[in-house]
Design a protein around this ligand. Sequence first.
Ligand SMILES: Cc1ncc(COP(=O)(O)O)c(C=O)c1O
Length: 447
Amino acid sequence: MISLVDPMSEGPEMNQHKALILDEVRKYHQDVEVAGEFVPGVTEIWPTGAVHDVEDRVALVEAALELRVAGGSRARRFESVFARKMKRRKALLANSGSSANLLALSALTSHRLEDARLRQGDEVITVAAAFPTTVNPILQNGLVPVFVDVELGTYNPTVEAVARAIGPKTRAIMIAHTVGNPFEVAEMARLAEEHELFLIEDSCDAVGSTYDGEPVGTFGDLTTVSFYPAHHMTMGEGGCVLTSNLLLARIVESLRDWGRDCWCEPGESNTCLKRFNYQMGTLPHGYDHKYIYSHVGYNLKITELQAALGLSQLDKLDDFCAARRRNWRRLREGLEGVPHLLLPEATPRSDPSWYGFVVTVDPRAPFGAKELVDFLEDRKIGTRRLFAGNLIRHPAYADQDYRVVGELTNTDIITTQTFHIGVYPGLTDEMIDYVVASFKDFVRARG
Ligand SMILES: Cc1ncc(COP(=O)(O)O)c(C=O)c1O
């Protein structure tokens, strides 16, 4: 039977049912959330993971009961709260961090930027020791990535390396704060300004990290965040573009929402009060503004269910970041002095909100990273590579147009010698101590 009842206009009886359902959800949560005992070598120690509580479960079910699945009031509330949290004027939700990167870079090609826009063949400086979708938007927009090497230990490029790569066609810099460790972003922003380049900070792994006491993402023109479960907070899938430049924000919104020129929310009309009074392109005067397209856009919006989970997770973000820092410190102190391992270093003047704990096995060590990884995995200690290692060694990039400046020596070392383990808030001290002991057991036997 088709229901024409507006689920938002709940009568008293509806509300009572909803309260009952949500009470049952709380009980269900207690049933399924029995914390298992940690058994070393048997219990999986995940390299990443989302941490959910009863409020997340209730928030999702409550949103589902309303049956308003398309992004609406919760999505807009999230954007407003998150923009304030990240100290940016605008936050625009997208359906993933990869989509956020695509939107941020594509925005720089908009005709609305006039002479400042990026055009086909222009260059964007980035790194090859990257997650692929930090680089892919450059190629997807017909631009040319220029790869520089990174440092071992911080896993970021230096400002000098980026400066050396600037050429006549360079128009932008797009780099991630690797596993939460800020690159020298204040200096990078100064370099960008001196050379009239745009700077995009990929902060997908770095929510909560600071540089010179300021949050990452506040230095560049645009920044991006991921809400995939591996990240600092989650929506299941989700991402966000943030900027304080209102023109860039308008362009990102248009690109995200099919390329339309209109900014009315779904269900709204004529908020500009001149819906039938525009004349754009060669369209007839008065063509409905809701259906005028000023960009070749996408649909990269999120749903209300994702936003509901996001709002609930946002309440816990500071605690999540604190737990990540605590777990990273415990690993760092525990592994200090273990031979043959290069341990991670925070960039000077930064306070990273870590995504993971990166280890490089010294190429001169009597064992390889693969043997160590196999040993850890056997003990149920999950590991992950530092994303793509050297991106240009992957088949996808074999026939792409790019430029490399200098040697990618460290990037190649990362490809064979580097991996990371988890610091996510679901890990306990007991688990971390077992991880430390396992590294030591391996090195003692093989070192
Ligand atoms: C640095 C970086 N950028 C972008 C992304 C893509 O985010 P998503 O998985 O939400 O598309 C990731 C994913 O882990 C990442 O690590």
